[in-house]
Design a protein around this ligand. Sequence first.
Ligand code: A2R
Length: 320
Amino acid sequence: MKPDLLLIGGTTPRVMEAIEERFTVHEGRKVEDWDAFLKDKGEDIIAVATNGHDGLKPEIMDRLPNLKVISCFGVGYDAVDARKAAERGIFVTHTPNVLNADVANTAILLMLAVSRRVIRDDSYVRAGKWTGFGAAPLTHSIEGKKVGILGLGRIGETIAQKLQAFDCDVAYHTRNKRDVPYRYYADLAEMAKDVDYLIVITPGGAATKHLVNREVIEALGPEGTLINVARGTVVDEKELVSALLDGRLGAAGLDVFEEEPNVPEALFPLDNVVLLPHVGSATIETRRAMGDLTVENLVRYIDEQTVTTPVPECQHLLKG
Ligand code: A2R
């Protein structure tokens, strides 16, 4: 008899095939009556596979008394209450490191796309304006600019390393100063005041909610550019939109939003803003690696009662 797994959200055919080999899979998105499902199957479910967006609702977790492992596809796990899971001895796992390069590339892609006005200039060509009006207006270089990184963890450090190729002057803000060759700011607004670009790459959740507030946005200022590849909640989106509309902030490149998939429509006409549908890690190569690690964590739990990449809150559950 295969153990029972609840799959929340969709997944790739490769992951589906791998989990179906080892588990009886119950697809959450096909469940019409959750109450009936949980009454019938809640006690059998020992594993949940989910993603950073859907997570696992607390009211569902509460009704899975024999749950042992929650494997989350993605590095951010703010949609799962990892502390509560750890208290119950449940492993929460995520997929760190394998996505560092592509999320960092997305941050730099947004810096370049915004600064060089790629979307505007592409439209310029397609609309026949090049032949009609001649050369497009000049744009800004990212070469040698000052970049402040909010969150210098696995991905933030990868961004910093890649920015060396553009001769950027990198600074960072975190709660704990690190032993790295970049200038540290204990105060985020101070850093925002001194840089041309502010890149946000912290985790989401309550601890980072609206860290980028009106004061930080205004410190970045009319010549500054905000790049967010972390979570929409880290930035006060209302303040961001109003600063962009008033010209109190120069430009923005955004991969994430507070109420995904809803994006403030006020941003749509602005050509100093580039908007992406949360695709930081969304390449075939990286999503495959993330999927494989999601499955590895589930299978190792079944075979060895341990996991490969627990979130920090569950680290202590590892044996030895
Ligand atoms: O504050 P520290 O020293 O714990 O540094 C972490 C920083 N961070 C913060 N910085 C300022 N204020 C905060 N309240 C705060 N909370 C955390 O964010 C650390 O430098 C960084 C997180 O790094 P990692 O845990 O290595 O995460 P990783 O793999 O870089 O991914 C970051 C996020 C994910 O959680 C997803 O939401 C997103 O990127 O894709």
